[in-house]
Design a protein around this ligand. Structure first.
Ligand SMILES: Cc1cc2nc3c(=O)[nH]c(=O)nc-3n(C[C@H](O)[C@H](O)[C@H](O)COP(=O)(O)OP(=O)(O)OC[C@H]3O[C@@H](n4cnc5c(N)ncnc54)[C@H](O)[C@@H]3O)c2cc1C
Ligand SMILES: [Mg+2]
Length: 452
């Protein structure tokens, strides 16, 4: 076991930790990044499965994610647009499939009007609550004590309008059942993307992908950091005092002036903090948990849906796969579909055998695209819930009441220990853009304190 001295030890080589390390080093501070896995990137993981390049984790970039876009530019990474020519499809509660264009689903006129009304109302609430301190809004406690589903039920009797609006935040974003988080948490999610309207606009929120995969961001950042990134080194113990920290990983101990814990909050308690963290931190951390979603990849010889005039963009709050898209790689002759199975539906299919689960999921895809969807040449399920160093997908959020109770202190350093992850971000919350913003902000805070 070797021991090294650095100004800052960074725990976690995801987008957030590596951004912080890069900025700190640029300011002249020495760093060491300790990573549990044998690879960098955390929730960014571009892998080859049975000959297909798949984005197992995060992949999409939207036009307002300016921190991520700037990083892509700095690293010389190119983007391309998600395929979006042709019709989208919607499946209703009776299983009827309808093609449509634009963002509002092909529902009865009265339901469409209710959806529009709710979207406008939510955009107003999002603007009032804002993204930086939703917990500080005058009505924060009130908005944090009602669940997303209960609030929607108060707004409209139109069940289909409600189910569709619920989907945009619950299954599609926080990946938790809509009864398990608050209206305030939902508003933060929407605010972090600019507006609720943005979440409804697939062409905005899922705009671009990175040629060669988004994991190149952490890979390139880590390459520049060189030997200061230590893989296969989970930090087991963090000793701290007002004077500094000592981070003990499996093969190395880093003694530093400051630590950045750049892991999702559900993993904080995997580290043995000595002395223990303050009472309020202990409490707060137990109210932040990861959502659960299976990202399903199905690769076909050709993007057959395109010949049928379909973009592959598909939604249904009533389908096992609640949303799906064309996920064909840049200049790849084969066609790839990506679909998502969230929260309680993921629980249900994980009880099945792998064969049965695959069949249920492909059957759901066939409801959108027809029989050809049943026979992919490559099929893969990203199962982040089984990953020891993540334990869910996409990210962590507060349970009912948690955001107003603890949000104001979620990023407050404890002595020399700082917290940095997409799951604590404002803009770009739960996204790579937020991971980068948070990493840059945390580095800046440490640089200022170090120079003071
Ligand atoms: C399936 C999926 C799809 C997604 N899709 C998108 C998308 O399209 N667009 C988008 O912007 N975002 C998407 N996201 C979210 C995005 O990937 C994350 O918000 C972002 O990558 C988080 O970065 P991070 O650095 O905050 O955390 P992480 O990437 O989780 O990094 C934390 C790192 O810490 C390590 N670690 C944990 N514990 C320890 C320990 N004790 N010691 C040392 N190391 C430790 C982990 O191994 C990991 O490498 C998706 C996520 C998933 C899972
Ligand atoms: Mg990180």
């Amino acid at each position: 076991m070797s021991a090294i001295e650095r100004d800052v030890v960074i725990i976690g080589a995801g987008a957030s930790g590596l951004t912080a390390a890069t900025k700190l080093r640029a300011a002249g501070l020495s760093v060491a990044v300790l990573e549990a896995r044998d690879r960098v990137g955390g929730r960014l993981w571009t892998n080859h499965i049975d000959g297909a390049m798949l984005e197992l984790g995060g992949q999409w970039v939207s036009p307002d994610q300016t921190a991520l876009l700037a990083t892509l530019e700095e690293l010389g990474l190119d983007t391309y647009s998600r395929y979006r020519e042709g019709d989208s499809v919607y499946v209703d509660a009776e299983g009827v499939r309808t093609r449509f264009t634009g963002d509002i689903f092909p529902v009865a006129e009265s339901t469409a009007a209710e959806m529009e009304r709710l979207i406008t109302l939510l955009d107003e609430l999002v603007e009032q609550v804002g993204v930086t301190e939703p917990w500080a809004h005058a009505r924060a406690k009130e908005y944090d004590r009602i669940s997303w589903s209960a609030w929607l039920a108060e707004q409209t009797d139109d069940v289909e309008a409600r189910d569709n609006i619920a989907l945009f935040i619950a299954a599609a974003m926080l990946t938790k059942p809509s009864h398990s988080f608050s209206l305030l948490q939902a508003l933060l999610m929407a605010a972090s993307a600019g507006s609720f309207t943005h979440l409804v606009e697939a062409d905005f929120i899922l705009d671009k992908r990175v040629v060669g995969g988004l994991q190149q961001v952490p890979i390139k950042l880590a390459e520049a950091l060189g030997e200061d990134v230590h893989l296969s080194n989970p930090v087991r113990r963090l000793e701290w005092s007002e004077d500094g920290v000592s981070a003990e990983a499996d093969n190395v101990t880093v003694n530093a002036r400051y630590a950045i814990v750049a892991v999702p909050p559900n993993l904080y308690s995997r580290i043995d903090f000595q002395p223990p963290l303050p009472r309020l931190s202990h409490q707060m951390h137990q109210h932040m948990s990861l959502g659960l979603v299976i990202k399903v990849h199905a690769v076909y010889e050709t993007p057959f849906w395109r010949e049928d005039g379909l973009s592959a963009t598909a939604f249904s709050p009533y389908e096992l796969v609640h949303e799906a898209y064309d996920n064909t790689n840049h200049e790849d002759p084969r066609g790839t579909l990506v679909g998502f199975v969230s929260d309680e539906r993921a629980d249900e299919v994980f009880k099945l055998s792998a064969e049965e689960r695959r069949e249920r999921i492909l059957t759901s895809l066939s409801h959108y695209y027809g029989e050809q969807a049943l026979s992919p040449v490559v099929y893969y399920e990203s199962d982040w819930g089984s990953e020891e160093w993540t334990r869910g997908a996409y990210a962590a959020s507060f349970d009912l009441g948690g955001l107003s109770r603890y949000g104001a202190m979620q990023s407050t350093p404890v002595g020399p220990i700082y917290w940095s992850t997409s799951d604590l971000a404002a803009e770009g919350y739960q996204h790579v853009d937020g991971a980068i913003r948070k990493g840059a902000d945390t580095a800046e805070a440490i640089i200022a304190r170090h120079q003071a």
